[in-house]
Design a protein around this ligand. Structure first.
Ligand SMILES: CC(C)(COP(=O)(O)OP(=O)(O)OC[C@H]1O[C@@H](n2cnc3c(N)ncnc32)[C@H](O)[C@@H]1OP(=O)(O)O)[C@@H](O)C(=O)NCCC(=O)NCCS
Length: 168
């Protein structure tokens, strides 16, 4: 870490930035703590998936100019109109939080919370955005409490093979 890019502190400004070739490898290097690996897929897999998935949108999470995390949502309004209508008819969630991670070295500094506030703000600006959903696997270190603090509620349902569905 050079002096030009010091480790950001708790008060660092958090932003969502595009992943480009210039920051791709830094984003691929972001890793959750080993005990959290069962909770979220690696960023390499998420970015590969999004390449084949027209309604997936992802961003790197930055604390000032340091990449600290990654987020990916499914936004059905990015599809063409017919496909969006088809998905709506099927009752599939329009806005779904697919991946969210903060690198293990940067955990616990409030970056995740502030980044998720930005994600929620973005989703609210999208067409017909009445809710955003997400799912999580059950586990001691799952992010249930984190999501609750942001206002997500457990629905008590199972979805997409994962036992805990949350909605905000
Ligand atoms: C969950 C995660 C995104 C939180 O990021 P973070 O930057 O460490 O979280 P923050 O520092 O912003 O925490 C905000 C609040 O949530 C709490 N919190 C964060 N993670 C928590 C957890 N796993 N369990 C309980 N509380 C948690 C914090 O204590 C903090 O509470 P406070 O405001 O009362 O102090 C991060 O730990 C992570 O990447 N986890 C692994 C991947 C994952 O589970 N992703 C979600 C499912 S896809």
């Amino acid at each position: 870490m050079t002096q030009d890019n010091p480790i950001p502190g708790r008060d660092a400004a958090v932003s969502l930035r595009e992943v480009t070739y210039a920051n791709l490898f830094e984003v691929l290097d972001l890793k959750v703590k080993p005990e959290q690996e069962c909770l979220v897929g690696p960023n390499s897999v998420s970015i590969s998936e999004a390449h084949f998935w027209p309604t997936g949108r992802f961003r790197a999470i930055y604390a000032v100019d340091t990449p600290v995390g990654f987020v990916m949502i499914d936004d059905h309004y990015l599809a063409d109109e017919n496909r969006t209508l088809e998905l709506r008819k099927k009752g599939v969630d329009d806005y779904y939080l697919q991946r969210f991670m903060i690198d293990g070295e940067h955990r616990g500094k409030g970056y995740g919370f502030r980044a998720m506030e930005l994600v929620i703000e973005h989703v609210k600006s999208r067409p017909n955005a009445t809710q955003m959903t997400t799912n999580q696997v059950t586990g001691d270190s799952n992010a249930g409490e984190f999501y609750k603090k942001l206002g997500f509620e457990h629905t008590g349902e199972e979805d997409r093979g994962e036992p805990e569905r949350l909605v905000i």
